[in-house]
Design a protein around this ligand. Structure first.
Ligand SMILES: [Zn+2]
Ligand SMILES: [Zn+2]
Length: 279
């Protein structure tokens, strides 16, 4: 396999910054969340080291590296990178990080074509019902990145490399190989964009990061039936705390109530009334 790593040709700095930009929040025991502009990079501490879940926006590798070095010491690095999916705001620094750290990347088998230069995501649907964020989504990169054989499929048995006690859950819909990560012991869910905790149809809410359980970002979600079934899977594991790709961590009764409500009203509130990927 070709081993030269590249981003998509359309990768560039996206000038979207929220009030939480640069914050490092403790989600729960050994789980931290770094807010990179408008997307969350999650750090899970395990076995004396840490693992990174998703990697943030294009052109922000230096920031991610400095967050790790500040916390764990100069020259330290995570043991691996796990990807919930391959959208630009989740893989925006992964090539730089792998070059710097030479660590393995894991993703679902069905996401690998988008991570090995074989297949681009569909262009974001800026015509979708969903306010300003949908409108500006036409500037978002959608081309595949090329990680070569640095990216490996997650093990078929559901275990998560380097993270004992975690399992991965296939949650397609937003993308074909989207996964979420769950730790049964304390009910911690890392949901990626299977659902998010900020309303993506409100630019104000994205910038101010007001927490609210919402469906997957619409401009990139291609299969709403699969998204519904994936959300149901996540509600069924009964998470206590959730950290998603976008928005603040949520937990307790608020999380459970809002998740149940999103599931019950999925067609009305999550699925857009119009757009290229609705039917
Ligand atoms: Zn996404
Ligand atoms: Zn995202």
């Amino acid at each position: 396999m070709k081993n030269e790593m590249t981003y998509g040709d359309d990768y560039k700095f996206i000038p979207a910054i929220s009030v939480k930009n640069g914050d490092l929040l403790e989600v729960t025991n050994g789980v931290l969340c770094y807010v990179d502009q408008i997307v969350n990079v999650i750090i899970v501490e395990a076995g004396g080291g840490c693992v990174l879940v998703d990697t943030g926006m294009p052109k922000s590798a230096e920031k991610v590296i400095s967050v790790i070095e500040k916390r764990y010491g100069t020259g330290s690095k995570p043991m691996a990178i796990l990807l919930t999916h391959g959208h630009f705001d989740h893989v925006g620094t992964v090539v730089d990080l792998v070059r710097k750290w030479n660590i393995p990347v894991f993703a679902h088998e069905l996401e690998l074509p988008f991570l090995t230069g074989e297949k681009d995501y569909p262009e974001p649907d800026s015509s979708v019902e969903g306010g300003m964020v949908a409108k500006i989504s036409r500037f978002f990169p959608n081309e595949a990145i090329q990680l070569g054989d640095h990216v490996k499929p997650l093990p078929e048995n559901g275990e998560v490399p380097f993270l004992e006690g975690f399992s991965w859950i296939h949650t397609p819909g937003h993308t074909p190989g989207h996964v979420s990560f769950f730790r049964k012991e304390d009910g911690l869910l890392i949901a990626g964009d299977a659902f998010v905790t900020v309303r993506q149809d409100s630019l104000y809410q994205v910038m101010s990061q007001i927490g609210e359980v919402s469906g997957p970002p619409r401009y990139f979600t291609t299969d709403w039936d699969a998204s519904y079934l994936s959300l149901k899977k996540l509600v069924d594991v009964n998470p206590n705390v959730a950290v998603t790709g976008h928005g603040p961590p949520l937990g307790g009764p608020t999380l459970k109530e809002e998740l149940e409500s999103l599931l019950a009203h999925f067609k009305d509130v999550a699925v857009p009334d119009y757009g290229r990927f609705t039917h």
